[in-house]
Design a protein around this ligand. Sequence first.
Ligand SMILES: [Zn+2]
Length: 259
Amino acid sequence: MELWDSHCHLQDERYGADVGGVIQRALQAGVARMVCCGTREEDWSRVLELAEGHDCIVPMLGLHPWFVGEARPGWLDRLGELTRKQPLGIGECGLDFAIENPDRPRQEQAFAAQVRLARDLDRPLSIHCRQAWESLLQICREEGLPRRGAVVHAFSGSPEVARQLQDLGLFLAFGCSLANPANKRTPKALLAVREDRLLLETDSPDIPPRHLPDWPPEGLNEPRYLALVLETAARIKGVGVLKLAEQTSQAAERLFVNV
Ligand SMILES: [Zn+2]
Protein backbone atom coordinates (compact mmCIF):
# COMPACT_ATOMS: atom_id res chain seq x y z
CA MET A 1 0.00 0.00 0.00
CA GLU A 2 1.52 3.31 -1.11
CA LEU A 3 0.17 6.25 0.82
CA TRP A 4 0.49 9.88 -0.23
CA ASP A 5 0.86 12.74 2.23
CA SER A 6 -0.64 15.33 -0.11
CA HIS A 7 0.49 18.37 1.89
CA CYS A 8 3.43 18.83 4.27
CA HIS A 9 6.34 21.18 4.95
CA LEU A 10 9.50 19.10 5.32
CA GLN A 11 11.53 22.28 4.72
CA ASP A 12 10.33 23.67 8.05
CA GLU A 13 13.33 24.65 10.15
CA ARG A 14 11.78 23.15 13.29
CA TYR A 15 12.81 19.73 11.92
CA GLY A 16 16.44 20.86 11.81
CA ALA A 17 18.90 18.03 11.23
CA ASP A 18 16.20 15.41 11.92
CA VAL A 19 14.50 15.82 8.54
CA GLY A 20 16.22 12.68 7.22
CA GLY A 21 14.77 10.75 10.16
CA VAL A 22 11.32 12.24 9.52
CA ILE A 23 11.46 11.02 5.91
CA GLN A 24 12.74 7.55 6.88
CA ARG A 25 10.02 7.09 9.50
CA ALA A 26 7.38 8.12 6.95
CA LEU A 27 8.66 5.60 4.38
CA GLN A 28 8.70 2.87 7.04
CA ALA A 29 5.09 3.71 7.89
CA GLY A 30 4.06 3.19 4.24
CA VAL A 31 3.93 6.87 3.25
CA ALA A 32 5.61 6.50 -0.13
CA ARG A 33 5.15 10.06 -1.46
CA MET A 34 5.22 13.40 0.34
CA VAL A 35 4.08 16.61 -1.32
CA CYS A 36 6.31 19.30 0.16
CA CYS A 37 4.85 22.80 -0.16
CA GLY A 38 6.86 26.01 -0.02
CA THR A 39 5.20 29.01 1.61
CA ARG A 40 7.42 31.99 0.65
CA GLU A 41 10.42 32.73 -1.52
CA GLU A 42 12.81 32.22 1.41
CA ASP A 43 11.98 28.50 1.67
CA TRP A 44 11.75 27.60 -2.02
CA SER A 45 15.41 26.59 -2.40
CA ARG A 46 15.15 24.24 0.61
CA VAL A 47 12.06 22.55 -0.90
CA LEU A 48 13.92 22.03 -4.20
CA GLU A 49 17.01 20.74 -2.40
CA LEU A 50 14.97 18.17 -0.45
CA ALA A 51 13.19 17.00 -3.62
CA GLU A 52 16.53 16.70 -5.40
CA GLY A 53 17.84 14.41 -2.66
CA HIS A 54 14.70 12.28 -2.18
CA ASP A 55 12.60 10.68 -4.94
CA CYS A 56 9.70 10.35 -2.52
CA ILE A 57 9.28 14.14 -2.31
CA VAL A 58 7.02 16.01 -4.74
CA PRO A 59 7.99 19.70 -4.71
CA MET A 60 5.58 22.62 -4.85
CA LEU A 61 6.44 26.31 -4.56
CA GLY A 62 4.09 29.12 -3.71
CA LEU A 63 3.32 32.25 -1.72
CA HIS A 64 1.09 31.55 1.30
CA PRO A 65 -1.57 34.20 2.09
CA TRP A 66 0.09 34.89 5.48
CA PHE A 67 3.22 36.14 3.71
CA VAL A 68 1.85 38.24 0.83
CA GLY A 69 2.60 41.47 2.75
CA GLU A 70 6.32 40.74 3.00
CA ALA A 71 6.94 39.24 -0.46
CA ARG A 72 9.72 40.92 -2.44
CA PRO A 73 8.71 42.59 -5.74
CA GLY A 74 9.21 40.23 -8.67
CA TRP A 75 8.36 37.06 -6.67
CA LEU A 76 5.78 36.01 -9.24
CA ASP A 77 8.23 36.25 -12.16
CA ARG A 78 10.79 34.23 -10.22
CA LEU A 79 8.14 31.62 -9.33
CA GLY A 80 7.18 31.40 -13.01
CA GLU A 81 10.81 30.97 -14.09
CA LEU A 82 11.47 28.18 -11.57
CA THR A 83 8.23 26.42 -12.48
CA ARG A 84 8.87 26.52 -16.24
CA LYS A 85 12.35 25.05 -15.72
CA GLN A 86 11.31 21.88 -13.89
CA PRO A 87 8.39 19.65 -12.96
CA LEU A 88 6.91 21.13 -9.80
CA GLY A 89 3.52 22.24 -8.53
CA ILE A 90 2.21 25.61 -7.31
CA GLY A 91 1.40 26.13 -3.63
CA GLU A 92 0.86 26.64 -0.91
CA CYS A 93 -1.21 29.64 -1.92
CA GLY A 94 -4.72 30.80 -1.14
CA LEU A 95 -6.89 33.08 0.95
CA ASP A 96 -7.06 33.49 4.72
CA PHE A 97 -9.57 36.03 5.96
CA ALA A 98 -9.49 34.52 9.48
CA ILE A 99 -6.18 36.19 10.38
CA GLU A 100 -6.04 39.59 12.08
CA ASN A 101 -6.33 42.49 9.59
CA PRO A 102 -6.19 40.45 6.39
CA ASP A 103 -5.26 42.49 3.31
CA ARG A 104 -7.99 40.94 1.18
CA PRO A 105 -7.28 42.64 -2.17
CA ARG A 106 -3.59 41.78 -1.94
CA GLN A 107 -4.32 38.16 -0.97
CA GLU A 108 -6.79 37.85 -3.84
CA GLN A 109 -4.32 39.29 -6.34
CA ALA A 110 -1.49 36.98 -5.27
CA PHE A 111 -3.79 33.95 -5.26
CA ALA A 112 -5.35 34.69 -8.66
CA ALA A 113 -1.87 35.09 -10.18
CA GLN A 114 -0.80 31.66 -8.86
CA VAL A 115 -4.01 30.04 -10.10
CA ARG A 116 -3.27 31.48 -13.57
CA LEU A 117 0.30 30.18 -13.51
CA ALA A 118 -0.82 26.65 -12.52
CA ARG A 119 -3.58 26.74 -15.14
CA ASP A 120 -1.31 27.96 -17.95
CA LEU A 121 1.32 25.29 -17.21
CA ASP A 122 -1.21 22.62 -16.12
CA ARG A 123 0.52 22.02 -12.79
CA PRO A 124 -1.05 20.79 -9.53
CA LEU A 125 -2.19 23.61 -7.26
CA SER A 126 -2.42 23.43 -3.44
CA ILE A 127 -4.81 25.90 -1.83
CA HIS A 128 -5.13 27.14 1.76
CA CYS A 129 -8.53 28.69 2.52
CA ARG A 130 -10.09 29.94 5.76
CA GLN A 131 -13.28 31.98 5.92
CA ALA A 132 -12.92 33.08 2.30
CA TRP A 133 -15.07 30.56 0.43
CA GLU A 134 -17.06 33.03 -1.71
CA SER A 135 -13.90 34.72 -2.87
CA LEU A 136 -12.19 31.37 -3.51
CA LEU A 137 -15.06 30.09 -5.63
CA GLN A 138 -15.20 33.33 -7.60
CA ILE A 139 -11.46 33.38 -8.37
CA CYS A 140 -11.45 29.69 -9.38
CA ARG A 141 -14.43 30.30 -11.68
CA GLU A 142 -12.94 33.45 -13.23
CA GLU A 143 -9.41 32.17 -13.74
CA GLY A 144 -10.19 28.52 -14.45
CA LEU A 145 -8.26 25.66 -12.86
CA PRO A 146 -5.50 23.41 -14.23
CA ARG A 147 -7.04 20.56 -16.27
CA ARG A 148 -5.79 18.01 -13.75
CA GLY A 149 -7.56 19.91 -10.91
CA ALA A 150 -6.36 21.48 -7.68
CA VAL A 151 -6.65 20.68 -3.97
CA VAL A 152 -8.02 22.64 -1.03
CA HIS A 153 -5.85 21.39 1.81
CA ALA A 154 -6.97 21.01 5.47
CA PHE A 155 -10.55 21.55 4.35
CA SER A 156 -12.57 23.42 7.00
CA GLY A 157 -15.69 24.47 5.09
CA SER A 158 -19.27 23.20 5.15
CA PRO A 159 -20.65 20.18 3.27
CA GLU A 160 -22.32 22.63 0.86
CA VAL A 161 -19.00 24.35 0.07
CA ALA A 162 -17.42 20.90 -0.33
CA ARG A 163 -19.99 20.08 -3.01
CA GLN A 164 -19.46 23.38 -4.85
CA LEU A 165 -15.69 22.90 -4.88
CA GLN A 166 -15.94 19.33 -6.19
CA ASP A 167 -18.29 20.53 -8.95
CA LEU A 168 -15.49 22.90 -10.03
CA GLY A 169 -13.03 19.99 -10.23
CA LEU A 170 -11.27 20.47 -6.91
CA PHE A 171 -9.95 17.75 -4.63
CA LEU A 172 -10.36 18.19 -0.85
CA ALA A 173 -7.74 17.08 1.67
CA PHE A 174 -8.16 16.21 5.34
CA GLY A 175 -5.58 15.80 8.10
CA CYS A 176 -5.13 14.85 11.76
CA SER A 177 -7.81 17.26 13.00
CA LEU A 178 -10.31 14.75 11.61
CA ALA A 179 -9.25 12.37 14.38
CA ASN A 180 -9.80 14.92 17.16
CA PRO A 181 -13.03 13.97 18.97
CA ALA A 182 -13.65 17.67 19.80
CA ASN A 183 -13.91 18.46 16.11
CA LYS A 184 -17.51 17.78 15.08
CA ARG A 185 -17.58 19.87 11.91
CA THR A 186 -14.87 18.29 9.75
CA PRO A 187 -16.30 14.73 9.78
CA LYS A 188 -19.57 16.15 8.40
CA ALA A 189 -17.70 17.81 5.54
CA LEU A 190 -15.78 14.59 4.87
CA LEU A 191 -19.05 12.77 4.26
CA ALA A 192 -19.80 15.21 1.43
CA VAL A 193 -16.56 14.30 -0.40
CA ARG A 194 -16.55 11.61 -3.08
CA GLU A 195 -13.80 9.00 -2.77
CA ASP A 196 -12.28 10.01 -6.12
CA ARG A 197 -11.95 13.64 -4.90
CA LEU A 198 -10.53 12.85 -1.46
CA LEU A 199 -6.90 13.28 -0.44
CA LEU A 200 -5.13 12.69 2.88
CA GLU A 201 -2.48 14.92 4.41
CA THR A 202 -0.69 15.80 7.62
CA ASP A 203 0.40 19.46 7.07
CA SER A 204 3.49 18.43 9.08
CA PRO A 205 5.02 19.81 11.22
CA ASP A 206 1.73 21.64 11.96
CA ILE A 207 -1.70 20.37 13.07
CA PRO A 208 -0.31 17.46 15.18
CA PRO A 209 -2.67 14.85 16.69
CA ARG A 210 -2.66 16.69 20.04
CA HIS A 211 -5.68 14.75 21.28
CA LEU A 212 -3.60 11.54 21.59
CA PRO A 213 -3.14 10.69 25.30
CA ASP A 214 0.66 10.81 25.48
CA TRP A 215 1.31 13.45 22.80
CA PRO A 216 4.18 15.70 24.01
CA PRO A 217 3.12 19.39 24.32
CA GLU A 218 5.81 20.57 21.87
CA GLY A 219 5.64 17.50 19.61
CA LEU A 220 5.92 18.09 15.87
CA ASN A 221 3.61 16.40 13.42
CA GLU A 222 5.23 14.02 10.89
CA PRO A 223 4.01 12.41 7.66
CA ARG A 224 4.18 8.98 9.37
CA TYR A 225 0.95 9.89 11.23
CA LEU A 226 -0.96 9.71 7.94
CA ALA A 227 -2.15 6.22 8.91
CA LEU A 228 -4.16 7.82 11.71
CA VAL A 229 -5.89 10.11 9.18
CA LEU A 230 -6.56 7.17 6.87
CA GLU A 231 -8.06 5.00 9.61
CA THR A 232 -10.23 7.84 10.91
CA ALA A 233 -11.48 8.80 7.44
CA ALA A 234 -12.30 5.15 6.66
CA ARG A 235 -14.23 4.79 9.92
CA ILE A 236 -16.24 8.00 9.36
CA LYS A 237 -17.03 7.03 5.76
CA GLY A 238 -17.79 3.43 6.70
CA VAL A 239 -15.41 1.94 4.12
CA GLY A 240 -12.43 -0.41 4.43
CA VAL A 241 -9.01 1.06 5.21
CA LEU A 242 -7.33 -0.67 2.27
CA LYS A 243 -10.04 0.41 -0.15
CA LEU A 244 -9.77 4.04 0.96
CA ALA A 245 -5.95 3.86 0.84
CA GLU A 246 -6.18 2.71 -2.77
CA GLN A 247 -8.77 5.32 -3.75
CA THR A 248 -6.94 8.24 -2.16
CA SER A 249 -3.61 7.14 -3.66
CA GLN A 250 -5.20 6.97 -7.10
CA ALA A 251 -6.69 10.45 -6.60
CA ALA A 252 -3.25 11.78 -5.59
CA GLU A 253 -1.64 10.15 -8.62
CA ARG A 254 -4.15 11.87 -10.91
CA LEU A 255 -3.49 15.27 -9.39
CA PHE A 256 0.29 15.05 -9.00
CA VAL A 257 1.15 13.01 -12.13
CA ASN A 258 4.41 14.02 -13.87
CA VAL A 259 5.57 16.22 -11.01
ZN1 LIG B 1 0.46 23.96 4.89
